[in-house]
Ligand binder design. Structure first.
Ligand SMILES: Nc1ncnc2c1ncn2[C@@H]1O[C@H](COP(=O)(O)OP(=O)(O)O)[C@@H](O)[C@H]1O
Ligand SMILES: [Mg+2]
Length: 316
């Protein structure tokens, strides 16, 4: 960040990381003193943390905090990435400012959006680059903090921390709190230190459940793990259960859906039907709204957008 003295025009290069804590504390300006002419002058913090050239709105910073929703379940192949990408893209289309954080070493979210960013979550967590350089604008209103193989090394760094390891992600992402309406976090299958970090950061959990074999078993296992986190962090709640891969030609899924409705009447969302387009879209780097806007899958994800935003008129 370059600062210019308004009196003698001397310029200074300032590391934005030094100023960030002031901006995070809600300050709009800091006072600087010019080394040449000794003038004291205010430096605006508004251009800090710009998202690819879009300056943050100082008013917004003070009023709104992003909703942090993680999309998670220990089981793989249940539609976590598909839901993260298409829910994120749908919310962005509806006009919300969205950040998608990929915490999976497979880095599928970037691939699905047709992006191969040079930097992402790893560089943010290791503090190699400032936040603004780790984000990539994927679509209008949609930013991406990509995952990928390099996250494996980050997991080892987190594991070695002697205390506060579970807050590593929260600390790194905190400067972004006021810049988005939604921060969605896609997770890897399994259970590790990075997922614990995600659960210590998020406030809402969305669980996609493939209406295939034993989904309820996977969910009850996950609920046990979530319960263990909630002992230390009561803010985090299971908000949405999204049945995926619904195939109405088969009897089993209908029974499983009824079972879920009995167990989780509040959280259960309208299912996402099985649709080939959802499997094909990622290889074209397209969201379902771009690849097959008239499909049942697009309709189902639009309905999920309304459920999550709470605005019945979104994307109608
Ligand atoms: N409703 C659906 N209908 C058909 N294929 C789907 C559906 N949801 C996801 N898929 C496909 O299933 C595979 C697994 O989904 P994915 O979102 O990658 O799961 P996870 O992230 O939980 O491992 C992907 O190839 C994806 O494109
Ligand atoms: Mg995935």
């Amino acid at each position: 960040m370059i600062i210019t003295c308004p009196k003698c025009a001397r310029t200074y290069k300032v590391n934005p990381d030094v100023l960030k804590p002031f901006a995070d504390a809600g300050k709009k300006n800091v006072l600087a003193t010019c080394k040449s002419c000794k003038l004291k002058f205010p430096v605006s913090l508004a251009p800090l943390l710009t998202l690819e050239g879009e300056p943050i709105d100082p008013q917004r910073r003070l009023t709104s905090v992003a909703r942090k929703i993680c999309i998670t379940l220990s089981k793989g192949g249940v539609g976590k990435t598909t839901t993260s990408v298409n829910l994120g893209a749908g919310l962005a289309l509806a006009g919300y400012k969205v950040l998608l954080v990929d915490t999976d070493t497979q880095g599928q979210s970037s691939y699905s959006l047709g992006k191969s960013p040079g930097a992402g979550l790893t560089e943010l967590l290791t503090r190699e680059l400032p936040v603004s350089e780790c984000l990539v604008k994927a679509r209008n209103n949609l930013w991406l903090l990509s995952g990928g193989k390099s996250l494996a090394g980050v997991k080892r760094i987190i594991d070695k921390k002697s205390f506060g390891a579970e807050f590593t992600l929260s600390e790194a992402l905190s400067p972004l709190d006021h810049q988005f309406d939604f921060i969605l976090i896609d997770t890897s299958p399994g259970w590790d230190q990075l997922i614990v970090n995600v659960l210590f950061y998020s406030t809402e959990v969305l669980v996609p459940i493939a209406l295939e074999v034993m989904p309820v078993h996977g969910l009850s296992e996950f609920m046990k793990s979530l319960g263990a986190i909630q002992k230390y962090r009561s803010e985090i709640q299971l908000k949405y259960i999204v049945p995926t891969f619904l195939d109405l030609r088969i009897k089993g899924p209908k029974e499983l859906y009824k079972q879920l409705r009995k167990l989780y009447p509040q959280q259960l969302c309208t299912p996402i039907r099985y649709n080939e387009s959802l499997a094909d879209a990622p290889s074209f780097g397209k969201t379902i709204f771009e690849f097959a806007p008239g499909s049942t899958a697009s309709e189902d994800y639009r309905s999920l957008v309304r459920k999550v935003s709470g605005n019945e008129s979104d994307l109608l």
